[in-house]
Write a protein that binds this ligand. Structure first.
Ligand SMILES: [Zn+2]
Length: 155
């Protein structure tokens, strides 16, 4: 039981369930981001003037120089550029998906960091492609990252 496993093939898999619940709070910067997304369909970011870096999603402090506190008071986007993407054909449990899912790194105009989200309504994918957000209708938004269905080609 307490022997060190050095060969991954020797790992023992025990099936079962652990009843765990949790709540993840978005924090001050995350709350500003999700509120702007839900109420205004806009993206807010934070800027470190010391590094000249604009973070979206916003951060409370700069991850490069640790300057802070930063304010989530800069608006970026709504359009952006696909920096990278990946197409998934299986779900998190290894099950085949009915439709492939495309996840992309999108750098919103005015931001220096990327936002991870879906690419939707697009058969033609390219790195460098300009995209725009596809939001749920305003009455259906709940303050979740899924208030944004994803990004779709801008042209
Ligand atoms: Zn900085």
């Amino acid at each position: 039981m307490f022997e060190k496993v050095s060969d991954p093939k020797d790992v023992i898999l025990v099936e079962g369930q652990i009843p765990i619940r949790h709540r993840y709070t978005p924090g001050v910067a995350g709350e500003a981001f999700f509120t702007a997304l839900r109420d205004r369909g806009r993206f807010v970011a934070s800027r470190c003037d010391s590094c000249a870096v604009t973070y979206c999603p916003p951060r409370l402090f700069c991850e490069r120089c640790f300057d802070g506190p930063l304010e989530a008071d800069v608006e970026v986007g709504p359009e952006g550029t696909v920096e990278s993407f990946s197409v998934g054909y299986t779900g998190l449990e290894g099950e085949p998906l009915d439709e492939p899912v495309t996840v992309a790194l999108v750098r919103l105009d005015g931001a220096d960091t990327v936002l991870v989200h879906f690419l939707v309504d697009s058969d033609h994918l390219m790195i460098g492609q300009k995209v725009r957000p596809a939001f749920l209708p305003k009455g259906k938004r709940t303050g979740s990252i899924l208030d944004l269905r994803g990004f779709t080609p801008a042209e």
